[in-house]
Write a protein that binds this ligand. Structure first.
Ligand code: IDP
Length: 141
């Protein structure tokens, strides 16, 4: 398959609490992307800070870490042609109010912190984030 990429999807604690895991995974699969790894877990403060390291200096960082560690999330490695950009398109923009209907955030979200999903923003970020959440993941396995 041409241009196959891997990306990290997080279904954040708000979406798990609201029972949207199946809906979100279904959208990803219906698009034609493939789930290559999947785990439900509550992450600790250390992993949250490393995952969101680029935002460490932002005023919302403490709230972001508190939220992402507030309950179980679903982490997944997603595979497909241009998977990074494809997943970001399915998600919609960071602020759910600006995300168009038809996207996950546009259909289900209202708040910028509780915005349901995370998707890596580049192939480089994806490799870093997949290694954090799935240290034993092997793309060729
Ligand atoms: P992304 O998740 O769409 O890639 P980023 O800019 O990487 O967006 O921000 C990471 C996460 O930080 C967002 O998903 C959101 O939950 C949170 N966030 C971003 N900007 C703000 C803000 O201005 N206030 C509160 N939370 C924010």
């Amino acid at each position: 398959m041409a241009d196959v990429e891997h990306t990290l999807l997080l279904i954040k604690p708000d979406a798990v609490r609201r029972g949207l895991v199946g809906e979100i995974l279904s959208r990803v699969e219906r698009k034609g992307l493939r789930i290559r790894a999947l785990e439900l877990r509550t992450i600790d403060d250390d992993l949250a800070r490393r995952h969101y390291a680029e935002h460490a200096a932002k005023p919302f960082f403490a709230d972001l870490v508190a939220f992402i560690t507030s309950g179980p999330l679903v982490a997944a490695v997603i595979e497909g042609p241009r998977a990074v950009e494809t997943l970001r398109t399915l998600m919609g923009s960071t602020d759910p109010v600006a995300a168009p209907p038809g996207t996950i955030r546009g259909d289900f979200g209202l708040l910028v912190t509780e915005n349901l999903v995370h998707g890596s923003d580049s192939v480089t970020s994806a490799a870093r984030e997949i290694a954090l959440f799935f240290p034993h993941f092997a793309a060729d396995a």
